[in-house]
Write a protein that binds this ligand. Structure first.
Ligand code: VG1
Ligand code: CO
Length: 544
């Protein structure tokens, strides 16, 4: 079956965003579109690809299997030595990261649009991870984009479709295609980080948990680990079968999209612990009985308690959070006497900090938490670490949350998203904010006084690279903050994200409604940015 060269016309829009290339399925279905981008990835990987190992898998969404078959042919035709493919075409993002690392692969191609909806009308995505298991940094995604927009041909073979459901090896040209169990390697890694016997003891004593996989990729992982290895009762994991359209779910684990879980956890007979994950399994949502735990608080709590788990018994080297994430983890780092780094949004910015040993734990307000065990955020890992902390301390999840606030104070936090806004209007809003940065300090809005305002820029302490214009930060003298940035994962128009927070040290004021506490910050943010004037919207589309 000879290698064939196919003529393609370049695509100018193959520009990866916060996490890979994300577009509507209809865009990906254009002839040669998928092949063009994968060829650009393979060529950017360069000569090192020849004979090397590459990892391939996806979150199971609509188009996953077809794209996997295309990628197999392109990998064979471009000289890959060994291709490790998750059975059924499945690999969660953290499992792919773990497999890249343990197999010594040169990198991996992950097919996912993560938390974006799936199905024929939904979104699809392709991302590339490096040999360290982490997302390609900006200079690599930039190179892939440049290559994709000039490519005139790609290399493929006429090989028939590989049977993705049968574990085994097949030779295609000079390449060995290996279909592997997507869960086994990941589950083995988890056993080295948390105490499985201790967590199993928890379930044996009647601990009740609900894990909502939202019909996305984490189902098989959660069933194997929680129900089979840890002995949680069958039915602990719900929506456990990955479906091409996620069963109509929006696989974004937050109180709005994981509404059923929220209702159960806020109810009278709530389980002891609730959790959910996203399309590709890298996000986590934690719910204690009666309390949603914000991802920012969850990161802080894990940082404060991780030493209970065997994988972190030696303590943490440091921590990091994305800029819009609340400062809760900063307070923990201060008390532990360890550094805390503030990075731009997107997991790729944690890679150098993790590789250089500067940090052990990191996270984002968007429900991403991870550690140095892989180079991606890891949804199920965060859930297991929580479980091990509950098992080790014997405390209830809600008690841990309340005690955390009592010790460190509470960072009231909310995010307001204005989705599918006209892109020109959204850019004008950001430009206008940026123009006024210097004149804002000293001005008052909704009873709050601006103490500082800037556009976040990050200098990577390891390689010195500078990433500018990462979001406008408005600090208020009243220990509050508003952050504005545009999403880099949306596929329609623009999404304006407004992150709002206020610190409350007084434990007597820790049980107030979040939106009420933040009302002045919300009002000030709307006024400062002129959100209604620019976008025509008088309310956000999603509040989390
Ligand atoms: C969003 C989140 C960001 C996250 C990214 C990828 O990006 O805000 O924190 O890293 O999604 O997560 P944006 O640019 O839309 O704000 V996932 O789970 O989609 O891989
Ligand atoms: Co994700």
């Amino acid at each position: 079956m000879p290698v064939r060269t196919i003529t393609t016309s370049p695509f100018a829009d193959q520009k990866p965003g916060t996490s890979g290339l994300r577009k509507k399925v209809t865009v990906f279905r254009q002839p040669h579109y998928i092949e063009n981008f994968i060829q650009a990835i393979l060529e950017t990987a360069g000569e090192g690809l020849r004979g090397a190992t590459l990892v391939l898998g996806g979150d199971g969404r609509y188009l996953n299997r077809e794209a996997i078959q295309s990628a197999i042919r392109l990998a064979a035709a471009n000289g890959v030595g060994r291709l490790l493919i998750g059975q059924g075409g499945l690999l969660s993002t953290p499992a792919a990261s773990a497999l890249i690392r343990s197999s010594g692969a040169i990198g991996g191609i992950i097919l996912s649009a993560s938390h974006n909806p799936g199905g024929p009308e939904g979104d699809f995505g392709i991302k590339y991870n490096m040999a360290n298991g982490g997302p390609a940094p900006e200079e690599v995604t930039g190179a892939i984009h440049r290559r994709a927009s000039t490519l005139t041909e790609y290399r493929t073979t006429d090989t028939p479709d590989l049977d993705l459901d049968r574990i085994g090896e097949t030779r295609i040209e000079g390449m060995v295609a290996m279909v592997v169990d997507p869960v086994a390697n990941y589950a083995a890694l988890m056993e080295t980080l948390v105490d499985f016997d201790r967590i199993a003891g928890l379930f044996k004593r009647g601990f009740r948990m609900r894990f909502d996989a939202l019909s996305a990729v984490t189902g098989p992982y959660a069933q194997e680990i929680l129900e089979r290895r840890l002995g949680a009762p069958a039915g602990t994991v719900i929506n456990a079968t990955p479906l091409p359209d996620f069963g109509g779910h929006h696989p974004d684990p937050n109180p709005v999209h994981a509404e059923a879980l929220m209702t159960e956890m806020m109810g009278a007979d709530a389980p002891d612990f609730g959790a959910a994950s996203d399309g590709d399994g890298d996000r986590n949502m934690i719910v204690a009985p009666g309390h949603f735990v914000t991802p920012s608080d969850s990161l802080a709590i894990l940082a404060a308690q991780a030493h209970h788990a065997p994988g972190y018994a030696r303590g943490l080297a440091g921590v990091a959070r994305s800029m819009p994430t609340s400062r809760a983890v900063d307070r923990v780092a201060k008390r532990l006497g360890i550094p805390c780094f503030e990075t731009p949004t997107g997991w790729k910015f944690f890679g150098n900090l993790l590789d250089s040993g500067r940090i052990t734990l990191c996270g984002e307000e968007s429900a991403g938490t991870g550690s140095d065990h892989v180079r991606e955020k890891d949804g199920l890992w965060a859930v297991l670490l929580w479980l091990d902390i509950l098992a080790a301390t014997g405390k209830r999840a809600d008690a841990i949350l309340l005690e955390h606030w009592a010790t460190y104070g509470r960072d009231y936090y909310t995010r307001h998203d204005y989705e599918e806004v006209d892109a020109t209007a959204a850019n004008a809003l950001m430009a206008s904010l940026r123009e006024r940065l210097a004149s804002l300090p000293g001005q008052s809005f909704a009873g709050l006084t601006i103490s500082a305002a800037d556009d976040f820029a990050y200098t990577d302490p390891v390689d010195g690279s500078v990433t500018a214009a990462q979001g406008v930060r408005i600090l208020f003298a009243e220990d509050a903050r508003a952050v504005f940035r545009l999403s880099g994962t949306g596929t329609v128009g623009a999404t304006l994200r407004v992150y709002l927070e206020r610190f409350e040290p007084d434990a007597a004021r820790h049980a107030l409604p979040v939106q009420q506490v933040l009302a002045p910050v919300i009002a000030a943010a709307q006024e400062i940015a002129g959100i209604a004037r620019h976008t025509g919207r008088d309310a956000p589309s999603v509040i989390t």
